[in-house]
Design a protein. Structure first.
Length: 95
């Protein structure tokens, strides 16, 4: 079975590190790379077409929601979205 290709986008290095550690525990995950901002993420998305995008919604500059809206425009590749786990200072919380 092919692995799921994932891109992590978060301005917090600590959050990216924690997500990587959690993904290692799951298995079957191919972490393409990570990005600290949406500008870099868009370039990576265009180049690598990840299956899953773990996107922080609260970042400096263009936030994750604005980026997601841009990715979901009709000319963009169709994306499916659903609730995910959010990073909080005390750890991970299910939304």
């Amino acid at each position: 079975m092919p692995s799921v290709r994932v891109l992590i986008v978060d301005d917090s290095r600590l959050a990216r590190l924690e997500l990587k550690e959690q993904l290692k525990k799951i298995g079957g995950i191919d972490l393409i790379t990570e990005a600290a901002n949406t500008r870099d993420a868009l370039q990576i998305i265009t180049e690598h077409q990840p299956d899953v995008l773990l996107l922080d919604i609260n970042m400096p500059g263009e936030d994750g929601l604005t980026t997601l809206r841009g990715l979901m425009r009709p000319r963009a590749k169709r994306l499916s979205t659903r609730p995910s786990t959010l990073w909080k200072p005390k750890g991970l919380a299910r939304v």
